[in-house]
Design a protein around this ligand. Sequence first.
Ligand SMILES: Cc1cc2nc3c(=O)[nH]c(=O)nc-3n(C[C@H](O)[C@H](O)[C@H](O)COP(=O)(O)OP(=O)(O)OC[C@H]3O[C@@H](n4cnc5c(N)ncnc54)[C@H](O)[C@@H]3O)c2cc1C
Ligand code: SF4
Length: 436
Amino acid sequence: MLATDRVETRLPDLKPALTEAQARAEAARCLFCHDAPCVAACPTAIDIPMFIRQIHSGNPVGAARTIFEANPLGHSCARVCPVEVLCVGECVYNAKGEPPIMIGRLQRHATDHVVHAGIQLFEAGPSTGRAIACVGGGPASLACAHELVRLGHRAVIYEKGTWPGGLNTDGVAPYKMHAEESLAEVEWLSEIGIVWRLGVEVGRDVPWVELEREFDAVFLGAGLGADSALGVEGEDLPGVWGATALIEAIKTGRQVDPLSVYSAVVIGGGNTAIDAARELKLLGVPEVRVVYRRGPESMSAYAHEREHATAEGVAFTWRAVPVAFEGNGRLNAVRLTTVDRGCNPVGEPFRVPADLVAVAVGQGRLETLLAGIPGGIAHERGHVRVDEATGRTSNPKYWAGGDLANGGAEVVNAAAEGKRAARGIHEWLERNGGSV
Ligand SMILES: Cc1cc2nc3c(=O)[nH]c(=O)nc-3n(C[C@H](O)[C@H](O)[C@H](O)COP(=O)(O)OP(=O)(O)OC[C@H]3O[C@@H](n4cnc5c(N)ncnc54)[C@H](O)[C@@H]3O)c2cc1C
Ligand code: SF4
């Protein structure tokens, strides 16, 4: 059970649900374009004009079915997808200089309707007697398992953590989606017969050989590893956090007290850095500063997210890196140095007071986990290589998808890749009975 007083509950929903009247009015604006560019921009190719038409005609259940048929994670994607650079960014209204259709919020209108009311749209297919293990309980495995069960297979998800849902539950910014909404989606998807083994780490609690013995195929959806460290003096001081660990603490716990923080520094230039900074600012931390080693033009974070952060009062220090975290038993400052375009230190280091630091310089890779797979598996520095059409790996019993294979993308990509792998596994089982 999630604690009811966890920190994230203090953060509002920045894109709240539309009322029925608002949804119908917005749906009425859609031009129902032929060859709609919004569909082409969606990695799961949801038939957007179709579901918007269904909302317009007062059929939210039909709209939800259209969405979930294409994307099993359609409920969370409605909230967390970077629609500004996907479907909404491609909407034809942009070229007319008019506000694009609020596709994400319309999608949310439809999926909320069925998920919150517990209306089940899918059922398990006739049993094939086959079983597949999915390693990791995030969006990739969920999409894979849901599709497998619909195709008549038994799907068992192994998740080492306390919560199902992966980063949807403990990583995505709370002002986009609270943990309980991710859990509601997991529950709704699982109702069709997905089996969970929570708190079980594959490779440690269950050996790979046992999975291979028990299951016809294995899907790898284990995501990325823990926060990378900078290797800077003082990084072990209380108050210095890895960014995803901090966000997880905000989302699922109460051990961070933002009211006791006056000045926070976030190190990094990606979306995780911006998320951490915005979360701290919106939680009431008076001074929040992002420190990045290059200029704004080189940030991998989305420009629209950076603009939101700036508008909310997050400050930026460009072309600087930390050289030490300082404090006497507890962090009180970050020592920074300016760097040139080649990231070489220039000038004298300077001090920025800080009682909290979030290090957002990437997540580790799961090479050690992969090394334990019998017969090995091809990967590039921890990113598993897969066949583009089927998601199959170099090891004939294994398929993969999501962050573990794509190196870190979005929930919608994990959903698309999980579903692709399920189809790949199904075709292989159909074709040759599943003998390796
Ligand atoms: C801070 C942050 C914010 C993000 N915000 C967004 C956003 O707003 N929108 C968006 O679309 N995307 C966002 N993303 C990216 C998105 O969360 C990921 O692309 C997506 O969750 C990948 O899904 P996945 O299933 O591959 O991996 P994950 O969600 O990471 O799930 C993998 C799961 O596998 C488990 N696991 C690992 N090893 C084992 C093992 N040996 N045995 C059992 N279980 C194991 C892990 O505990 C984890 O729960 C964000 C990412 C981060 C880090
Ligand atoms: S591009 Fe815009 S107007 Fe056209 S179908 Fe998609 S949402 Fe509707």
